[in-house]
Each structure stands twice: as C-alpha cells, then as structure tokens.
Design a binder for this molecule. Sequence first.
Ligand code: MTE
Ligand code: MO
Length: 375
Amino acid sequence: DPFGYEPTRHPALRTNSSRPFTAEPPFELLADNFVTPAELFFVRNHLGVPNVDVNKFKLEIQGKGVKKPITLSLDDLKKNFKHHTITSAVQCAGNRRAELSEYKPVKGVSWGIAAISNATWTGVKLSDVLTSAGVSADDDSVQHIHLTGLDNDTKNFYEASIPAAQALDGNKDVLLAWDMNGKPLTPDHGYPLRCVVPGTIGARQVKWLYKVTVSDEESKSHWQQNDYKQFNPTIDWGTLDYKKAVPIQEYPVQSAICEPKPNTVVDDDEITLKGYAYSGGGRGILRVDVSIDGGKTWQEAELENIKRPVYKQWAWTLWETTIEIPQDLQGKKFQVLCKATDTAHNTQPEFTSSVWNVRGLINNAWHRVGVSHQQ
Ligand code: MTE
Ligand code: MO
C-alpha cells in the first residue's frame, strides 16, 4: 500500500485530497504567526509518505562533474558541514487556483489562499556539500541539480531540478534541512531530510531527499517537464504543448487578505485587513497597498518586521491596516482588495483573466474579498 505510512494530521487542516494528501491551514489563522507551526503548515504530497528508517538513511551525491561521489548519513551531514538556520516561505505554484476556476475551469487541487506557509529551517548549504564532492561551477557539464525524494509509486520517485548556478551559490541559501522550527521535520514535511530552495516554488523543494544528481540537463521527471509550467490564457488542453514552456522556478510577487473572511458583515465605520505578502528570488516586499473602492484609491498597509533585509528576503511579510468605510459605502456590499510591490518594483496584475492558465498555476492577481456594511 503506497499510502500505508500516512501520519495523523492536525484536525484544523483543511483537506483538499486525502490520497495523496493535500491540505491547507485555515486562512483566518495564517497571518497570526510569522512562523507557521509545523502541524498547521500546508501539505502538498504527490505520492504517499515514505517510511524512512533514519539509522539506515543515506544521501547520495552523484552525476556529471562530481569528482568524488559521496554517500552521507544524517550524522555525517551534521558533523561535516557548517549549520545554517534561515526563515523561508514555501508556496505551492497552485496557491489561489480556486480563484482562477471562478473565471474559467482549470485542472488541479482547488487551493484557496493558504497553500503557503513560513518556517525556520536548519541544515547545511547544498553549495558546501557539492563543493566537497568536487563540483565546480566552471565545469560546463554542471548545469542542473536533480533532487530525488524517497516517495514513489514503484515506477517513479518524486523528482525536480534547480539550476546549478543557484545550488552552488552559497548566498542563495539552498539548504539540506533536517529541522523545521527547531524540531526534526515531521513525516509530511520530509523527515528526515528535505531540500529548502528559498524564493523558488514549492515543487522544487524536495522532501524525503535521498539523491542529488549533477547533470547537464534538467530533470526528466513528470513534475519538472509535464506539470508546473505556465501558458497564456488562450492555450487549452487541446493546444497545450509542455515542450514549449520552461519549468516555473522563481515565484512572482504575491499577496492575499486573511482577514476579514469573505461575506463578513461590518457594523463599525472602519474595517481591519490582515494578510501576507511574498515574492520569489529573494525579492523583498516594498509595499502592500489596499483598496476599498475597486482600486480607485489606495492605502498603504503596515508591514510587520520592517527592519528585515529587503534585498534578500526568503520569508513572507505579514501586514495589517485599518481602513475607514466612506459614507457612500455604508450600508452596502463592497470588496476589499490588496496588491504588493516587490524590490524589483514588480506588482500584481489586476485581473485573474490576464494570468489565467489551463493548469491554474501562479495566480497572483489582486486578491479581493467581498464584505458588507450594516448600519
Ligand atoms: N517532495 C517530494 N518528495 N514529494 C512531493 O510530493 N511536493 C512538492 C514539494 N516537495 C513534493 C515534494 C510540492 S508541489 C510542494 S508545493 C511542496 O513540497 C510542499 O511542501 P510542504 O508539504 O512541506 O508544504
Ligand atoms: Mo506544489
């Protein structure tokens, strides 16, 4: 039974599918904690959770350009390399897919706004481990790093790849991590080892990692080649050609409103908005702007932890603001909405129609929540 080792999960998680298990935390709780508790961290499994005996566990480093192939136990990793702790968000490229299907149907797990969470990860840098195996960025055959997990359907193991330039750059903080929020990884989040690839979509952050392969090509896996690619809004299942698109790696700028809940009835003359913002590639959040009149006028939200280094920001940014409800909206239905701007001054597109794609990936349109005021 490929699903024979599924762990017990927190009852508050909202399950989207049970085999494989996919679930998101209640979005109302998401912006309450800068670091998401491990038991509430969203879960995206493509296969069953593997049963790993940590005493027998080995990580293999192999492939082209590896001058000294190595096999490491978890203890070897912990003893031989410098430890690093970073705070980094993981977001599934399918986050906010449900909003896309309101515009036009898409295929995939119907994620709300909470297929994103933020944690502290401890491990060693992949760059240090690759360097110790004799891998050098100067070698032309060193182009992509394949990351393989122990979860499999007997034929295929979960696998993805990242550019070698990213993996070999110590400043990109790609980690082989064994701890999440100061405790060993839980079975759903990759126990005993996962790759944390800051600023990159969740799909590349391989859990239950047991093999790192250096190659001159991208991974040939289903998840690298025939999924997690984006197309223009006119491409449908009849015209889609996965070979024509490159895999999604870095995430664009994103934000969403966690409070108020949709359909909230406000009886005050002001309303408090709370949410998260995040961008890929380490780009920080410069601003989150909110609007109560469909984007005619905007108000700047307060960003939590404003002293963070905006030019290398792997974590998400939580934000909050209170807006006055103008006279003409009192007693009426209206929408509150948000959009973030990152350090590249990229911002979110206004409508889901312009980012809609048949796979329902990387929806980062303005997030809108319908509420009403009652006098
Ligand atoms: N790694 C393995 N081995 N198997 C998987 O199914 N899912 C990926 C990624 N790593 C996956 C994996 C996807 S698509 C996402 S979004 C993230 O894990 C989710 O990480 P989380 O479950 O810790 O939130
Ligand atoms: Mo994902």
